[in-house]
Write a protein that binds this ligand. Structure first.
Ligand code: AHG
Ligand code: MN
Ligand code: MN
Length: 343
């Protein structure tokens, strides 16, 4: 029997996320060794978080910690566990200059002699309300090159950059399978974790999101708090109109990363507008809206706050919130027309 050859169809190509990172580094000079190292560390941290998430019911990491975070939200044990794992996994290699986490009131600075030229902003565990009930949750991250000349003097200002300045962004969704999706500004690529070999393997190369979707994601329980434009948009999606594929189906998981991932792959729109309770919207600009907007635009979608492109917003605070309309380009454009009173 002849030995297998490289172009043999049976030679199914297995691309690990690490080898994909190295391909990106070879193809794109700005995706330099430091960025690749940071992405490596994020993928490693994701494996540590996954290990606990998939057995959360067995380990003593379900339930509340009894504390509240800077967001004024109850903190779940898995929020803190994920936060600590990411900070340690990234911090131990001294490759970053500064970090900002949803769970930390202020920025995280490494020891003076162990800094790099990049800032990492992240939501360690997105979808906290779903942790104890076995519904998909995730981790979302964003990487910027710092502006400070001296990494040893990095400050909050190095975090407060508009989303258009991101050099990389991504998320991990801990669901029926664990998938890591990232972009360095050269397309969007997804990797599915294979626990039998402990690797993230390329499963979704060059993700492109449909121009128009068939799902919408919104918490309609807040109907009484919604502004008129949002209400009219949601009513519009429910009307019968075969030409525009309406009515859309509603899909709202309560984990942004899960709703976003489904809409990215199948097409759809996610809206979390300003409400009476969240006057600036609930979702955070730096470690939820910006990274997902970078990915969404790279996949051909659109992300705004109803008026402005998310990636153009100049942040003023680390934990600032923003209304978020994100997903298929045509659907987000229609949402904006309703928000702006043009429909
Ligand atoms: P987090 O768990 O990081 O605080 O994020 C929760 C967010 C987001 O994941 C989700 O889309 C949204 O909260 C759900 O909010 P409502 O429960 O108000 O709909
Ligand atoms: Mn979140
Ligand atoms: Mn969170």
């Amino acid at each position: 029997m002849d030995p297998i050859t490289l172009n043999d169809p049976a030679m199914n190509k297995l691309t690990t996320i690490e080898s994909h990172f190295l391909q990106q580094q070879k193809l794109y000079p700005e995706v330099n060794a430091e960025v690749i190292d940071l992405l490596h560390d994020v993928a490693f941290a994701a494996k540590l978080v996954r290990r606990e998430v998939v057995r959360a019911g067995l380990a003593d990491i379900l339930g509340l910690t009894g504390s509240t975070n800077v967001q004024g939200e109850e903190v779940k044990k898995l929020d803190l566990f994920a936060n600590e794992k990411i900070i340690c996994a990234i911090g131990q290699h001294g490759r970053f200059a500064i970090m900002g986490s949803e769970e930390n009131d202020s920025i995280i600075i490494p020891p003076k002699n162990e800094t790099g030229n990049y800032a990492l902003l992240f939501d360690p565990l997105d979808g906290s309300s779903n942790i104890d009930v076995n519904v998909s949750v995730g981790t979302i991250f964003s990487i910027y090159r710092i502006k400070s000349e001296d990494p040893g003097n990095a400050s909050l200002a190095d975090c407060l950059q508009s989303g258009a300045e991101q050099v990389a962004a991504g998320y991990v969704i801990y669901g029926s399978s664990v998938v890591m999706v990232y972009t360095t500004g050269h397309g969007v690529h997804g990797f599915t974790y294979d626990p039998t070999i402990g690797e993230f393997l390329l499963s979704h190369e060059n993700i492109i999101t449909p121009e128009r979707g068939k799902y919408y994601s919104a918490n309609e329980g807040s109907w009484a708090q919604l502004n008129d434009g949002t209400k009219r948009f949601l009513d519009y999606l429910k009307e019968e109109d075969a030409e525009t594929g309406r009515p859309y189906s509603t899909r709202y998981i309560g984990s942004l990363v899960a709703d976003f991932h489904r809409n990215l792959l199948t097409g759809g729109v996610f809206v979390y507008p300003a409400t009476k309770k969240h006057k600036q919207g609930k979702l955070r600009l730096m470690y939820e809206a910006n990274p997902l907007s970078f990915i969404c635009e790279q996949a051909g979608g659109r992300a705004t706050d109803g008026e402005r492109r998310i990636l153009d917003i100049v942040p003023e605070e680390l934990h600032q919130r923003t209304p978020l309309y994100i997903g298929s380009k045509e659907d987000v454009l229609v949402a904006e027309e309703f928000e702006q009173g043009k429909r």
